[in-house]
Design a protein around this ligand. Structure first.
Ligand code: BGC
Length: 742
């Protein structure tokens, strides 16, 4: 008897494992017409398929017209046969569309459903830049596992995450989607994302495929201006920008999204050197590459194609397998093959990449993935997921200032929470998928659950659109012993298409700050936002600063947990806060230059009006207690070439504390210039007042390797190791020599 999987009941599609094995992908491809192959290489927005399949003749007619108008597709069959759809809306829709699709597609190839699940699906977690601040892969893996669970039961197969673009320029709005400026930390977290989404096997329930993005270098647009050209030397590209992508692929990510930008003058979506030679050749990637939104059709703008046919030609030849949103392949592909401009082998290769991932993910057996309406109800925003979102959010908060131990607050003191973030559910980014503000715990809700001694006053909106109610702000502040100003940029001021040239708080919020400051009471800045903002002036006149980013569904509860000391602040900056925007791009792992900065020496590498150092550097973050490092020890090199560094950490203050020990190296002399510091290891320890303990960090020889053009290897010689509290802290130092191998 032939075995059917659960989903099969719904379609009658045979899907025994044996059958799956029989379904050799190449055989399927052989049976496909060229037109069908080209349709497989297209991903449209879900509503198109929905309307094509609609029982309502009006909708079908509309769709026919729309496909003609927007996609120049004459035959709605092409819409039915596409390789996938984006933004599929829930299990019911996913099952319905897949069913109808399989009824129409004579080859029985299920569609992929893809979605932007960036920091959660229904339960929203902190933005990725905040997740980076946990300096710990666990929260990232947990968030991804929960997101996969919630998204997969809604019928999603592939998520457009993780975003692995290294970022150094806070002007760029999308820094919020990255885990920050450090290649080592980004790589560690890249692996955690992939593990969380994909699990150990796609046969396990509630897994989704990870589509890493934006390949490559999209995080370095010139001047921080969205979609701007990227200009990087091959050395910087390989040493800093490429590492996290490579780590995620090594962990098994099944898909790659090509970036909008050009690299070395060639737009990434048509860049054969990048997509074929490097991605497939050197990194050995065997999944599929999808373009970013509509970007195959942007090659005329880039100035590398003169018409749509050439755009499609360049993309197919460049190694792009699937286009997102546009449909040039299906419209121009036949002509390209007929004219001999593209070989059918190239088309077959692309289709093979797509189908092999469908097969790997078990779509032929389970075309509906894990879509299940009952499980949607059970999993979405369930108590367990909310609890995890709360725990994880607290881990991402970074305490930037704490004069005279103004924090934690006591539940007995009277505190006024003032500002646009005092009582709002707008605590996630525009990528908050299916997050809802009315289901999000606000600061007011979180704090009110802990104490009655708090008052709340919005006083103004995020921007000048509204007016400032100074009277309300002053009256709230006057009643309080301490003031928590809840300020920052909102979701519209960061993210895609939100580059900013000024990174200070909007004027209305700055006015609110001045109004409250004039009262002379102790102030804590509770800073929200999607990027490092310019807070230098404000930082000088407040007593405490807690940066909480965009913390997600449980944001308000997590904020209250940390402000009132029920949970310890332990975040460390994943991206430097610039002293002023004129420093951008800025990152700790820069090169030394010929003339490192010296005081009173004009002709050294520095500014005449500001320090070189950022206001708060990468790795920076305080606890409610102070710590001291001592007794740095180093083991002999072990057989496998690793050295263990051990340091003693003591809690020297009056509160418990979680410290993050950071191990940086400096390759003193290389055949090319090397960074002044590179993070290579972290270790966390939680200590009660007066307590001390050892933290051990292992450094492998392979971590000393760097890109040479002809391979990646370490050069023998002297290395400095700094065991520090952040990237600018001198910490404890030692040296070791990497011996020449015989
Ligand atoms: C973004 C991608 C995103 C895609 C689909 C694009 O505009 O650059 O990151 O995955 O849209 O929503």
């Amino acid at each position: 008897m032939r075995k059917k999987c659960a989903n099969t009941e719904k379609t009658g599609v045979l899907c025994s494992r044996k059958r799956r094995l029989e379904m050799d992908i190449r055989q399927i491809i052989e049976k496909m017409t060229l037109r069908e192959k080209l349709a497989q290489m297209v991903l449209l927005v879900q509503c198109y398929q929905e309307d094509v399949f609609s029982d309502d003749p009006g909708k079908r007619e509309f769709m026919r017209e729309a496909s003609k108008k927007y996609f120049d597709i004459d035959d709605p069959q092409d819409v039915m046969n596409t390789g996938g759809a984006i933004f599929v809306d829930g299990a019911e829709k996913a099952v319905e569309i897949q069913k109808k699709h399989l009824e129409h597609d004579r080859n029985g190839i299920p569609m992929f459903f893809m979605y932007d699940v960036i920091h959660g699906y229904r339960t929203i977690f902190p933005i990725p830049l905040a997740l980076g601040c946990a300096f710990d892969p666990e929260p990232v893996e947990t968030m991804s596992r929960i997101s996969a669970k919630e998204a997969s039961v809604s019928g999603i197969h592939i998520v457009y995450s993780p975003m692995l673009d290294l970022v150094r320029d806070a002007r760029w709005g999308r820094v919020m989607e990255s885990t920050g400026e450090d290649p080592w930390l980004n790589s560690l977290l890249a692996r955690a994302f992939v593990r969380g989404y994909q699990g150990r096997s796609f046969d396990r329930p509630y897994t989704v495929g990870a589509c890493i993005k934006h390949f490559a270098g999209y995080g370095a647009p010139v001047a921080g201006r969205e979609y701007n050209t990227v200009e990087l030397s091959e050395y910087s590209f390989m040493e800093f920008y490429m590492k996290a992508y490579a780590a995620a692929l090594d962990e098994g990510a099944v898909a790659v999204m090509s970036a909008f930008n050009a690299v070395e003058g060639v737009p990434c979506s048509v860049n054969g050197k990048l997509l074929k030679d490097y991605l497939r050749g050197e990194l050995g990637f065997d999944g599929f590459v999808i373009s970013d939104w509509g970007t195959v059709g942007e090659q005329i703008n880039h100035g590398v194609a003169s018409d749509e046919t050439e755009e499609a030609e360049l993309a197919i030849k460049g190694g792009l397998d699937m286009e997102m949103y546009s449909s040039l392949f299906v419209r121009k592909g036949e002509q390209l093959v007929a004219e001999g401009r593209v070989s059918e082998n190239d088309i077959d290769a692309a289709v093979y990449h797509i189908l092999s991932v469908k097969e790997k993910m078990g779509l032929f057996e389970r075309p509906f993935g894990w879509a299940d309406q009952a499980l949607e109800k059970r999993f979405h925003l369930c108590a367990e997921h909310r609890n995890e979102a709360r725990r994880i959010a607290a881990k991402t908060f970074v305490l930037l200032k704490n004069e005279n131990g103004i924090l934690p607050l006591s539940k007995e003191e009277k505190v006024a929470f003032i500002g646009p973030y005092a009582d709002t559910g707008r605590l996630f980014s525009r990528w908050g998928s299916k997050g809802r503000t009315d289901e999000t715990a606000t600061v007011k809700q979180g704090v009110s659950a802990k104490t009655r001694n708090a008052i709340f006053c919005n006083a103004c909106d995020f921007t000048e659109a509204g007016s400032l109610d100074s009277g309300a702000a002053v009256s709230a502040a006057e009643q309080a012993d301490k003031i928590v100003l809840c300020l920052g940029e909102n979701e519209d001021m960061c993210g895609e298409g939100a580059s900013r040239a000024f990174l200070e708080l909007p004027k209305i919020q700055a006015d609110l700050f001045e109004t409250v400051r004039s009262l002379g009471k102790p102030i804590i800045l509770l800073l929200f936002g999607g990027r490092p903002q310019e807070i230098r002036r404000i930082s000088e006149s407040v007593d405490g600063i807690l940066c909480v980013w965009l913390p997600g569904t449980e944001g308000g509860n997590a904020v209250a947990d940390v402000l009132y000391g029920d949970v310890l602040p332990e975040g460390r900056l994943s991206m430097s806060f610039p002293y002023t925007v004129g420093q951008c791009p800025v990152s700790y792992n820069c090169f030394n230059t010929n003339r490192p900065a010296k005081d009173n020496d004009r002709c050294t590498s520095k500014y005449i009006d500001i320090p070189n150092e950022p206001l708060y550097p990468f790795g920076y973050g305080l606890g409610y207690s102070s710590t001291e490092f001592s007794d740095l020890r180093q083991s002999d090199a072990e057989m496998n070439g690793s050295i263990v560094f051990t340091v003693n950490v003591k809690n020297t203050g009056g509160h418990p504390v979680t410290e993050t020990v950071q191990l940086y190296i400096r390759d003193i002399k290389g055949s090319v210039v090397r960074p002044v510091r590179e993070l290579k290891g972290i270790g966390k320890i939680t200590l009660l007042p007066g307590e001390s303990g050892d933290v051990r960090i292992r450094l492998d020889e392979k971590q000393l390797a760097f890109w040479h053009g002809d391979g990646t290897y370490a050069e023998p010689g002297l290395f400095k190791v700094s065991v520090s509290k952040n990237s600018l802290d001198v910490g404890l130092e030692t040296f070791f020599e990497l011996k020449k191998r015989n």
